[in-house]
Design a protein around this ligand. Structure first.
Ligand SMILES: [Zn+2]
Length: 411
């Protein structure tokens, strides 16, 4: 037997589960208040302020019933997500930008401005909510928000390239591949895999010092010593991020089953280590050999594709529409040049692409596209045909760089 009030409660509760409600804190609070009123059977209750005691007596006399004096505090659960003050200010703008987050021409720079430099936190949380992963995977929302906030703050703001905007960009890029390039359907990725992809992308360059592995190895940096010169930064990013995660307030996977929690850790480590450039050619070879004649069949295949999507998302800027490609290229080259300046100061050999006095940016970018971008996306296309869009942009961008170079030479 179902009563109308039960039905109303069910409808209201299902409203609360909807993603868009999360952006409207006052509406969410109102719905929670409605649920409270119905559950507590207070629908006809009249609230009278305490300072009008003479009235209470009068009303009590009239209805012969004790009325509550002051408006009762209603326990409303407000999670950290709702405490992001930005939603109060820019909720609808953020919401409409996020509605385009599956697109390859998503403007991460504008998103960073609108979110007042909280793009990583907001993008990541949006995707976990969108796929309903808090509920399905038993991720604790409050602890996740604390975790991702610490991760976001741990990215160095003064890095030209390896900062939180790059991390948010990689998260968005991964989502484009999962969704628009249909990786979820084609590879039959489960909810757990989706969670791993989103979180690995978010942490993959955590606490990046703005110099590369070669610099750390050549200067006998403590990180290079710690990780024996092997995937130094990648090991450091993932190890440090897990250190943050295992802090009491941040451990959002605490409620996950022990075996799943181990699997989660193992896969995240795999994905972050796959961002090491030193693996580029071997990984491409492995991928081509595996998928040239057959599709994705098992868990191992899925991990291979996830790792390649991670690598492609990480380096994919030159395959974005020209205005983004251009902006990212300047950022990455500035970071390289800053490393070159340091090397010059320290009397070290200046690393490839790091000498601001000799490197020609358009030429370097064309080389990067031909050597890394085209092969990566051509190979990924074997499994995900839609990444063909990236290849098209990469070819177009090479032409733009050639024009830029010709114009520079003409002046
Ligand atoms: Zn990166």
């Amino acid at each position: 037997m179902t009563t109308p009030s039960e039905k109303v409660l069910k409808i209201l509760s299902s409203l609360l589960d909807m993603d868009w409600i999360a952006y409207h804190s006052s509406l969410k609070a109102d719905i929670e208040w409605c649920i409270y009123v119905i559950k507590e059977q207070k629908i006809y209750q009249t609230n009278i302020q305490a300072d009008k005691e003479e009235l209470i007596e009068y009303v009590n006399w009239a209805v012969n019933e004790q009325l509550e004096v002051a408006e009762q505090e209603i326990p409303i659960k407000i999670d950290t997500y709702m405490n992001i003050p930005l939603y109060e200010k820019y909720g609808s703008e953020i919401e409409s930008l996020l509605a385009d987050s599956h697109k390859w021409d998503f403007d991460i720079f504008n998103f960073e401005i609108v979110t007042e430099n909280q793009s990583l936190q907001i993008m990541t949380n949006h995707l976990l909510s969108l796929y309903n992963l808090y509920q399905i995977l038993s991720f604790d929302n409050k602890k996740f928000m604390s975790f991702i906030n610490e991760i976001q703050n741990g990215y160095h703001k003064d890095n030209f390239y390896h900062n939180a905007t790059h991390a948010a960009d990689v998260v968005q890029s991964f989502y484009y591949m999962l969704n628009t390039c249909q990786a979820i359907d084609i590879c039959k990725l489960n909810d757990f895999d989706i969670g791993v992809c989103i979180i690995s992308a978010a942490i993959h360059d955590y606490d990046h010092p703005g110099v590369n592995n070669i610099f750390l190895i050549n200067t006998y940096h403590s990180l290079a010593i710690m990780y024996n010169d092997k995937s130094v930064l990648e090991n450091f990013h993932v190890a440090s991020a897990f250190k943050v995660l295992y802090e009491e307030n941040n451990n959002f996977i605490e409620g996950v089953q022990k075996e799943d929690s181990k699997r989660f850790r193992m896969k995240c480590i795999g994905l972050v280590l796959a961002t090491d450039f030193a693996r580029h050619f071997t990984d491409l070879g492995k991928f081509q050999l595996r998928f040239s004649n057959c599709g994705v069949t098992d868990e191992e295949d899925r991990l291979l594709v996830m790792e390649m999507m991670m690598h492609a998302s990480d380096i994919g800027n030159p395959s974005r529409p020209w205005k983004f490609c251009y902006e990212w290229a300047n950022k990455v080259m500035n970071e390289f040049f800053a490393q070159g300046d340091k090397e010059r100061e320290m009397g070290l050999t200046i690393s490839n692409l790091c000498d601001r006095h000799s490197v020609i940016i358009p030429k370097a970018q064309i080389g990067f596209i031909e050597l890394f971008i085209e092969p990566t996306f051509n190979i990924l296309e074997i499994v995900l045909p839609n990444v063909n869009e990236n290849v098209k942009y990469a070819i177009e961008n090479k032409e733009h760089w050639k024009e830029t170079m010709d114009n520079n030479n003409a002046n």
